[in-house]
Design a protein around this ligand. Sequence first.
Ligand code: FES
Length: 148
Amino acid sequence: MGWGSLATFVAASCLSTLRFFFPNVLYEPPATFKAGYPEEYKIGEVSERFKEEHKVWIYRSKKGITAYLALCTHLGCTPHFRPENKTFFCGCHGGVFNLEGDPIAGPPPIPLYRLGVSLAPDGKILVDKNLREADPKKRDKEPYLLVV
Ligand code: FES
């Protein structure tokens, strides 16, 4: 019985040691992704093409291309784009954002976050979710606005 206990202890120790060679890894979608070519977006339209997979809206205005994070700045619900009145509506507490991402009704304290956008070498739009900006003084220029 003594040898059995010792063998169990040694086996458990070896397994515990082996476990350190396989660290826990968090599998998340990549923070950057390509969102197609600028010509695929019409001026004045909000595209929901990447909302499901990446939680991102692409909006092309006369100024350029913007990527919004589809996350309400109140408590983090996912708003919905309403094409009929061109607003982003959050059903959790009635927050409403205009096309610029500014809160125009409800409790959201700051605008929607804009994400980094640039042109990849292949000419496609590269969205970088690591770059986020809601400050109106900073968001209307690179890297949060892609002038095309
Ligand atoms: S979480 Fe969007 S309004 Fe509260």
